[in-house]
Ligand binder design. Structure first.
Ligand code: 5GP
Ligand code: ZN
Length: 115
């Protein structure tokens, strides 16, 4: 937990978040500025600054993050129509919030351009 991290503050219940899933280690909530009808963020509760900081020992955590997104996509009715998972990493990757997060975006036809 870092005091300055907005996602850590959501985890701690110190900042509001429209939480759609949580377990002991992970949290998923609606993006404050949704890019599509469904736009969720899935995060580990522990503060990991970015994808680049993941260690070999955190493979299970990374896999679980993906599986939670898959399950949420199914729950949101997106499995058949399709959806996009995005992890922005670092400044040139477009990462704004320095706490690892996986975007789950869907509910409309998404453009082909990734950046
Ligand atoms: P990034 O560009 O770092 O991959 O994405 C950060 C995402 O976090 C953006 O889509 C942005 O709208 C979202 N975001 C930023 N601050 C907040 C917040 O305080 N609450 C929520 N729910 N989402 C946020
Ligand atoms: Zn954090």
């Amino acid at each position: 937990m870092t005091d300055e991290c907005i996602f850590c503050r959501i985890v701690a219940g110190e900042a509001p978040g429209d939480i759609v899933y949580q377990d002991e280690r992970f949290l998923a909530f609606s993006d404050i500025s949704p890019q599509a009808p469904t736009h969720l963020l899935v995060i580990p509760k522990i503060h990991i600054t970015s994808f680049a900081e993941l260690t070999e020992g955190q493979q299970e955590l990374a896999g679980r993050l993906m599986m939670i997104a898959k399950n949420l996509a199914e729950k949101c009715g997106l499995a058949k129509s399709g959806y996009r998972l995005v992890i922005n990493c670092g400044s040139e990757g477009g990462q704004v919030v320095p706490h690892l997060h996986l975007h789950l975006i869907g509910g409309r036809k998404l453009g082909g351009k990734l950046g």
